[in-house]
Design a protein around this ligand. Structure first.
Ligand code: ADP
Length: 308
């Protein structure tokens, strides 16, 4: 069983309108409402790949009910703690003149009683979890080192912990030695506080994170593929050129691909290739955080991994 930790889920609402103008009312016939956020994308892709998945975190109010309904529809086991505030909604307004306006709610404040409930549940879930995959930001009310705490608990039960987050929560979590982190270049630059202008710079920073205790540092580089640093060395994955349709969610699909492979006891090289194949397959879909399993199999044949 793979457990996904989604502490700050969201409903993503996307309005497509002809021309967005300030101080105007807009009628909208094309809109989408989905269970969004990085962790739910990872969960969805894992299900498409055929894994048993359960998701945990915090859900509240009518938005929480909506997400619970989506989990049920996708056959993802719902182990969320119910909270007394509303789960956040993030709105994107896409205009045909190619502007995109976003309104992102900051989300609920998680009271101590719910944090305690979550920690008790999390320790129980670890008992039959092969891999934990945690993604996204921390909601208000949780300390910046919350992921470190979760990693330490996972260590006690020898469960691998994969983390995809950014900023201070990522910086703090590195000290707890997660099994894998997956920064993209921007997140890596934030982490080390400087611009990385060459592949050598990226590799050097990834190596530093490896020496700081992260077992696998997977840096995703969009259409340029990915770099993995682990105890076997430094490896580069070259991916095929494709006509990208929507690369949003490719990083989440990549995490799902890696988690899928390691929970099936594949070696790191296959996991890297599979992760890239899922990232590429996501970029070929219109929907965010979705892959076609047949496309993944086809793309997999075209990914080269070599020592850098
Ligand atoms: P994030 O979404 O976290 O920023 P990336 O954009 O680096 O992550 O994408 C993750 C992976 O998805 C890449 O390593 C690559 O394998 C694949 N990918 C992303 N964008 C493209 C693209 N435009 N063309 C082909 N593959 C892509």
């Amino acid at each position: 069983m793979i457990t996904t930790v989604v502490l700050n889920p969201a409903i993503d609402v996307r309005y497509s309108i002809d021309r967005f103008e300030l101080n105007k009312s807009h009628r909208c016939t094309h809109y989408q409402k989905t269970a969004g956020g990085k962790g739910l994308n990872v969960s969805r892709v894992l299900r498409i790949l055929g894994d048993d998945v359960r998701a945990t975190g915090f859900l509240g109010g009518n938005s929480g009910e909506f997400i619970a309904g989506e989990l049920h529809r996708l056959a993802i086991e719902n182990r969320f703690v119910r909270i007394d505030e509303e789960t956040r909604t993030c709105i994107a307004i896409l205009s045909k003149d190619l502007t995109q306006t976003e309104i992102l709610e900051s989300g609920p404040f998680i009271k101590k009683e719910f944090v305690d409930q979550f920690l008790t549940l999390y320790r129980k879930l670890l008992d039959d979890t092969t891999v934990i995959s945690a993604s996204g930001s921390l909601p208000r009310g949780l300390e910046d080192d919350f992921y470190s705490l979760l990693i330490e608990e996972a260590h006690k039960k020898r469960v691998k912990f994969v983390l995809d987050t950014s900023g201070l929560p990522l910086k703090k979590a590195i000290q707890a030695r997660p099994f894998l982190i997956k920064p993209n270049q921007t997140e890596l630059e934030q982490l080390c506080g400087k611009k990385l202008s060459s592949e050598e710079d990226v590799i050097q920073q990834a190596c530093e994170l490896y020496f700081a205790g992260v077992e696998n540092v997977l840096v995703s580089l969009g259409a340029a593929g990915a770099i993995l640093v682990n105890r076997e060395g430094v490896f580069k994955a070259r991916i095929p050129k494709i006509q990208a349709i929507n690369p949003v969610g490719s990083g989440d699909s990549m995490v799902a691909g890696f988690v899928h492979a390691i929970s099936a006891h594949s070696d790191w090289e296959h996991a890297l290739r599979y992760a890239c194949a899922c990232g590429v397959a996501n970029a070929m879909e219109e929907e965010t955080g979705k892959v076609n399993a047949e496309t993944v199999r086809e793309v997999l044949k075209k990914i080269d991994v070599f020592g850098a």
